[in-house]
Design a binder for this molecule. Structure first.
Ligand code: FAD
Length: 424
């Protein structure tokens, strides 16, 4: 296979890779952006749901305009608006447990711990290792009433997208700290991106058509004397530097001939535990629907279509995505007898998808240090992505900020980043 030469290769055209590539190209760098799929956007994917006559987000959907400031700047830059929120009042969301002492004291305890986290510190996680335990273990120690526990698990899932036996309580506490408290974390992020979340990725890609190569899956990335070699079935590129903007769970399925710190290698070998299944069903809905439950139909919400309405439900995708959603739809029928559901369904299995192998980042206990080590890797192999961001782990906000940060680090080196990174 002929070896091509490039200055910088960006691998992965999700929001992180696109943001990084756009900033580098704008700064006059010579970039090639390779993407395995035949589309950009990665875990943002907005698809027509014919049965409801609307576009639905199969992946990322929600933003919080008060917190997700990098996303807001990007939307403004490309003239993309937000769709007005369609949510029931916050009071209704927690109505059946809100008055209970057990719920109130649990939230107070979480807020107390989250308040003490200094998430602006690069090593914030090392101050609070006590809470770096499975969320289920933390909750078992709180002696909760069963309905309070279920309510918390459902809202926790909306943030972590994982089984509470698997994800770290510390990751959830970080979310509480980021949103400014438990209640805000459980009820914020309720705006949609106009036209669907993928429209932002498509807009950024609009300025990258000359450097973007779709259907270019990478199977090996290796150090070489000149920098790096990026190989795949579509070709082979030798570059001075590479930005690896891939989901963490994809990395262990590639050949990475790169020297990595021990903790980072361990996280790659384990993968994160995000396992959310998200499904859409066409329905006839007379009033706005929003509810939560545990363990099935963890989140349920409706949106207006034009031919019918659409109902969205979430479940823990382990062990089987389709079975988890089937159970969830049965629960939706029981919980919402007022809704007439049709058989038309749409979903995507992100866990078995070879280019994501999980939903959004949810770290298992002990993974934060390794994730940060990856994000700090110096030239010539930089890692970025929503899974590796400094804040807003697992959100589109994290993807854009980490993509932009890595481009800024490369540019700050003056030579497009051939030197060591400032944060390494
Ligand atoms: C079901 C679901 C719901 C979500 N909901 C929300 C939400 O409401 N709000 C929110 O902010 N976030 C949400 N997220 C998370 C959000 O989608 C991600 O955090 C963000 O999009 C990650 O962007 P990224 O660029 O880091 O990774 P990705 O979007 O995964 O991009 C990585 C890219 O790399 C490509 N790739 C993979 N392997 C290879 C390879 N071998 N060679 C070349 N290219 C490769 C992929 O195809 C992809 O395009 C959700 C995610 C999911 C799955």
């Amino acid at each position: 296979m002929r070896m091509e030469e490039a200055d910088i290769v960006v691998v992965g055209a999700g929001l992180a890779g696109l943001s990084a590539a756009r900033d580098l190209v704008t700064a006059g760098q010579q970039v090639v952006l390779v993407e395995a799929r035949d589309r950009v956007g990665g875990r943002t994917w907005s698809a027509p749901f014919e049965a409801a006559g609307c576009v639905v987000d199969l992946g990322a959907e929600w933003v919080d305009p008060h917190c997700h400031l990098a996303i807001m700047r990007e939307l403004e830059r490309y003239g993309i608006g937000l769709e007005a929120p369609e949510v029931v009042a916050k009071a209704e969301l927690f109505s059946h447990v809100a008055a209970s002492d057990s719920w109130q004291s649990l939230l107070r305890e979480c807020d107390r711990i989250a308040d003490a986290l200094d998430v602006s510190r690069p090593d914030w996680y090392s101050q609070s290792e006590t809470y770096d335990i499975p969320a289920s273990l933390f909750l078992a120690r709180q002696s909760l009433e069963p309905d309070v526990l279920d309510e918390f698990l459902a809202h926790g899932f909306a943030l972590q997208g994982a089984d509470p036996d698997g994800y770290s309580m510390l990751n959830l506490l970080h979310e509480f700290a980021s949103f400014g408290g438990t209640e805000l974390a459980f009820s914020s992020a309720d705006y949609r991106i106009g036209g669907g979340a993928q429209s932002l990725a498509i807009a950024i890609a609009g300025v990258l058509s000359a450097v973007l190569r779709l259907n270019w899956p990478v199977s090996r990335i290796a150090h070489c004397a000149e920098g790096v070699v990026v190989e795949g079935s579509a070709g082979c590129i030798r570059a001075r530097q590479v930005i690896i903007a891939l989901p963490v769970n994809v990395l262990r399925h590639m050949q990475l001939d790169i020297e990595l710190p021990a903790e980072a290698s361990r996280v790659i070998a384990q993968g994160h535990v995000g396992r959310a299944a998200k499904g859409w069903g066409a329905a006839s809905v007379s009033e706005l629907v929003e509810s939560s439950g545990w363990p099935h139909a963890v989140e349920v919400y409706s949106r207006r279509g034009c031919d019918a309405d659409a109902l969205c439900t979430f479940a823990v995708a382990s062990p089987d995505h389709d079975e988890a959603l089937r159970q969830s739809w049965l629960s939706v029928e029981q919980r919402h007898p007022e809704v007439a559901l049709s058989d038309a369904r749409l979903s995507h299995d992100w866990v078995t998808d070879p280019y994501s192998r999980g939903s959004w980042l949810s770290s298992a206990p002990g993974q934060m240090r390794g994730l940060h080590q990856l994000a700090d890797m110096p030239a010539p192999c930089f890692f970025t992505g929503g899974d590796l961001s400094r804040g807003w782990y697992g959100w589109m906000e994290g993807a854009v900020t980490s993509g932009r940060d890595v481009a800024a680090r490369m540019l700050a080196c003056g030579d497009g980043g051939a030197g060591r990174s400032a944060t390494a």
